[in-house]
Design a protein around this ligand. Sequence first.
Ligand code: AMP
Ligand code: MG
Length: 344
Amino acid sequence: METQIYKIDKNNIDKDLMKKLGEVIASGGLVAFPTETVYGLGANAYDDEAVKSIYVAKGRPSDNPLIVHFADIDSIKEAVSEFTKEAQILFSHFSPGPLTVILKKSDKLSKTVTAGLDTVAVRIPSDEIARELIKSAKVPIAAPSANISGKPSPTTPKYVIDDMMGRIDAIIEGGDCQVGVESTIIDLSGDVPVILRPGGITYQEIKKYLPDVIIDKHILKSVEKDDRPKCPGMKYKHYAPDADVTVVEGDSEKISSKIKELLSENKHLKTGVISYGVNEYNADLVLSAGNDNKEYAKNLFRVLREFDEACIDVVFAEFCSDDGYGLAVKNRLYKSAGNKVILV
Ligand code: AMP
Ligand code: MG
């Protein structure tokens, strides 16, 4: 398949081009597009065949449901059987933005998009290009991250092109993603609200409005055989570069001496380090995650891809604190490391 690439300026969106891309979605095609979290791979959520082709393009397991993206709350109401009071509260404070809510689905949605579940994940992105695409398609857009399944999610157009060229109809190049990790997923279909995936909206922010919210136990541990996590995606290998990643977590001074020790033990390999701020390591490639967890979230997936481009064998990642975006960063780091964590 020939993939067309279109560059779009967020500050001066070409409406005619967006109309054309909206028609590609409406007529069953696949378009990769920027969102504030990561790049998405979109299809018409009401078209079963189009949704199936997302799974094929990504190599995504068919039991892992997709998030459906809407332009406004009114259009969400058609896709769910009940838009609950809690959903109203969360959407009024955090949407448009990096928040995904799980609600009971209506009959209008295909079984493929929800992987046979009776619930659906819904979100209203804030990125202007994403919003314009949904509006011009005139249908909700089912969109997982625009990467080959298992790889780090793309936060710059380059990595969408690397993974999706020749597999989909079109790619919109719309600059770097501002948040850099995926949306926070919160399940409102049960008795208590449960955070299934930490992301661009923190637990503390949600707790202000839904005080009984809890965090799913699978967020920071590997899923055991026979375990059935509420969020099917948790079972799968995720965010993994080709390099072998180990997280070194704890007090910052102890982290650096531990990483130095690991680097000298692994001299025979090509080594990489993800460090906060300054580089004090003697490794083949040291990449900065930034100075705080917000920057770490924005940089993490790009940095993981850069280690692969440099053919690095082993990566040691500094991780200090759960503050702010920390839980979201830690969840992605643990998964990219296959839960190999050294606490110091
Ligand atoms: P991604 O498309 O890569 O952002 O992943 C979406 C995540 O949302 C996956 O981990 C899915 O398992 C999860 N998800 C989507 N729909 C549902 C749902 N109805 N219930 C629980 N988790 C869901
Ligand atoms: Mg993904």
